[in-house]
Design a protein. Structure first.
Length: 118
């Protein structure tokens, strides 16, 4: 029997998006020397809102990554900036850590409610 709350489900979706962002960033970093490679990304806040709206349904298939506009390309056409990707990776790691802390708090609250009679 799985015991989940709406908040725990939302935090789970948040953690999934943070992990997706880290994977995408790692992919961009891996392609830093690939001629013509265009940096991929997604709007975290917009994707999180979409994930929450599709709560409880299988309609949400994950973030829609697209080429990031407005980045300066090198002569070989590659638009990956190691500084930008490092900053995004650090941001995603902080988001993930925050999500873990929120999830621990949520489950701690549930455990307190379960053991309240003791």
């Amino acid at each position: 029997m799985a015991v989940m709350t709406g908040m725990a489900d939302a935090i789970g979706r948040y953690l999934d998006l943070a992990a997706d962002q880290m994977k995408l960033t790692a992919g961009n970093m891996a392609n830093i020397d690939t001629p013509g490679y265009k940096t991929q990304g997604f709007d975290f806040e917009q994707e999180f809102a979409s994930a929450l709206q599709s709560s409880g349904s299988a309609d949400y298939a994950g973030p829609r990554a697209a080429e990031v506009d407005g980045l300066v390309g090198r002569p070989d056409g590659n638009t990956v900036s190691i500084d930008r990707e490092t900053m995004l990776l650090a941001k995603s790691q902080l988001q993930f850590r925050m999500g873990i802390s929120l999830l621990k708090h949520e489950f701690g609250t549930m455990m307190s409610a379960i053991h309240a009679d003791k």
